[in-house]
Structures are given as structure tokens and as C-alpha cells.
Design a protein around this ligand. Structure first.
Ligand code: SF4
Length: 308
């Protein structure tokens, strides 16, 4: 599933992204005289009245119970099917051993090469957390970060054109024949795991390197990581590496998840050390409406020390 880019062959070319699939933004129906664009009916969600009705059943503001962007969610009937994973018996998940990562960025580079990620954008990024050591001096913790492949994915609930869905093994994916670059998924993602491609104007995120998994390979980042910090596999298979590692870390009480208070039930588990719990570096991870950015690697962060 390569990152799609617009062709230069003109409007009639079949490889151009479909012009007619871009829906109005949520506020569009409030613009006097504004007409919904052609092609929007395909999902029966996005014409002004339908969009209002679809959103009418959702929370009108941030959901105080779990702090996700409930105000962006469509009624359940519009995303129920898309939230359901194919019945393939697999449950793909990750264990990220932050204790092993030494910040080589190999996973990021591999991901960029594999998925044609443009400069300045990231499907995955290595998060830094600088902290003062108890005996003086500074140290840096690195954590490889990407989509959490949430069981209860806010991006799917918010996607108005029906592009965000569950694929093989429950991987959260984007259908590029449908995605219109609306951006609601990015606004709803509590982990800043989506960016909008500046050329194709479509949502881009980790898709578990589905094209590699389908032919029995590992995601590009996993194959590349020299410190074996990244583990991917079938959590339904008790003998898979990822299942055994998850169990071991659970037994050691060293397993944690990111922003579990959001209620998204991520499929990514982190190994955390006792002295550097997830809560300490969690503020470094982008949130709703954000994406990974170059500034995360500012050399001045270190000088500030323990920046969050
Ligand atoms: Fe969707 Fe963000 Fe969850 Fe990934 S981390 S499934 S993009 S809400």
C-alpha cells in the first residue's frame, strides 16, 4: 500500500485522485448558499443534512469520560462495519521495547523508503525524552512511535467518507479510493499518528506494512531495527514472538500502554523500566490534530533538559 501521489496527466486520467470524493468540512453546511459537492452521496453521510444528522447523534463536545474527540464522531451505524476486522482469526499487535532503542532512526528511514513518505512527514518517529540522571548529567530515552492500531479507533469513528477501516488482523487502514483528505481522522487521533499528504491530500498512517505481511514478511521497521526493540505479530497465536514477549513483560509488570485513559484499546504495548515509566515520556507524543514533525529532533531540546 504505497503512499499515493497525484499524477500529472490531467483531469481525465484514471490515476488522478477522484475530485468528487472530497466532502465538505463540518462547518460547510453553515455557509449560506453552499451546495454539497457532487459525489458525496456515495456514503450517504456527507450532504449537509446527512452530515448534520450523522453528527447529531455524537457528543457535541469532547467526551469528558475518556477525553477523545467525541464531537467528531459519526453515529455508530456509519462506522460499525468499518470497525469490524475481517474474520481471519488474526490479531496483529506490537510490543515496543523502549529499553532497547538507542535512537538510530533505522525504523523511520525504512518506513519512509518502504512507503514513499515525503520529507518533513513521518508515518513513524522516534520520540525523545531528555531527563536528568539522579547522580547528575543528562540522559536521553528514545521510543519508536507510530499508529497504535486501536481496537476502538477514534479515526474510524470520525472518518466522514468511510475510508478508515480495519483490515487484515485488525490493522487500521485507509482506503485510498475513498479518502478525500478531510482530516477528521487526524483531528480525532489521540496519538498524532496521521499526516495529510501534501500532494495527494489524503490521510497517511502506519498500515502494518500490509503489502509485506501478505507475502509473509515483517513490517519494514521491524526487519530494520538493529536493537530488536520492535516486535510485530499475531497476538492470537500464543507461540508468536510478540505474544511470548508480551506475556513475559506482563509477568514482570513492565508492560504499559499509551494514554489508556482514552479508551481506545491500543494494539501497541510498551516495555517500560521502573525508573522511566510511560507517564514520564508520554507528553512527548503528539495528540489530537497533530502529526510527527521535524522539530521533535531539535538539538536545543537536550540543552533545555527534560523538556516535555
Ligand atoms: Fe487511528 Fe490514531 Fe488509533 Fe492509529 S493511533 S488507530 S490513527 S486513532
Amino acid at each position: 500500500m504505497k503512499n499515493p501521489t497525484a499524477c500529472k496527466h490531467g483531469a481525465g486520467c484514471s490515476c488522478s485522485p477522484p475530485e468528487t470524493t472530497r466532502p465538505p468540512h463540518y462547518g460547510d453546511s453553515a455557509i449560506p448558499g453552499q451546495q454539497p459537492r457532487a459525489g458525496i452521496d456515495r456514503r450517504k453521510l456527507l450532504t449537509g443534512g446527512a452530515a448534520a444528522a450523522a453528527l447529531g447523534g455524537a457528543a457535541s463536545a469532547q467526551d469528558p469520560a475518556n477525553t477523545v474527540r467525541g464531537d467528531l464522531f459519526l453515529e455508530e451505524k456509519y462506522w460499525r462495519e468499518r470497525m469490524r476486522a475481517p474474520d481471519d482469526g488474526k490479531k496483529f499487535g506490537w510490543v515496543v521495547d523502549a529499553r532497547r532503542c538507542f535512537g538510530c532512526h533505522g525504523c523511520e528511514v525504512a518506513c519512509k523508503a518502504e512507503n514513499d513518505v515525503p520529507l518533513g512527514n513521518y508515518i513513524r518517529q522516534t520520540i525523545y525524552h531528555d531527563y536528568e540522571k539522579p547522580n547528575g548529567g543528562m540522559a536521553r530515552l528514545m521510543v519508536p512511535m507510530a499508529c497504535q492500531h486501536c481496537e476502538d479507533a477514534p479515526c474510524i469513528k470520525a472518518c466522514p467518507c468511510g475510508a478508515m477501516h480495519k483490515g487484515m488482523g485488525g490493522s487500521v487502514q485507509v482506503d485510498y479510493d475513498i479518502c478525500s483528505g478531510h482530516g477528521a481522522c487526524k483531528d480525532a487521533c489521540p496519538y498524532g499518528a496521521i499526516y495529510l499528504d501534501p500532494v495527494a491530500n489524503q490521510a497517511i498512517k502506519c498500515h502494518n506494512c500490509t503489502h509485506r505481511i501478505e507475502v509473509g514478511m515483517e513490517p519494514a521497521c521491524v526487519s530494520t531495527c538493529p536493537s530488536e526493540a520492535l516486535h510485530f505479530g499475531d497476538l492470537n497465536d500464543p507461540d508468536s514472538t510478540v505474544s511470548r514477549l508480551k506475556q513475559r513483560l506482563e509477568d514482570e509488570q513492565a508492560l504499559g500502554q499509551l494514554r489508556s485513559e482514552k479508551g481506545t484499546r491500543p494494539r501497541v504495548y510498551f516495555a517500560q523500566s521502573e525508573d522511566r515509566p510511560i507517564a514520564e515520556w508520554e507528553p512527548r507524543v503528539p495528540g489530537e490534530g497533530e502529526s510527527y514533525e521535524n522539530e521533535a529532533y531539535s538539538v536545543y531540546e537536550w540543552k533545555r533538559g527534560g523538556a516535555t
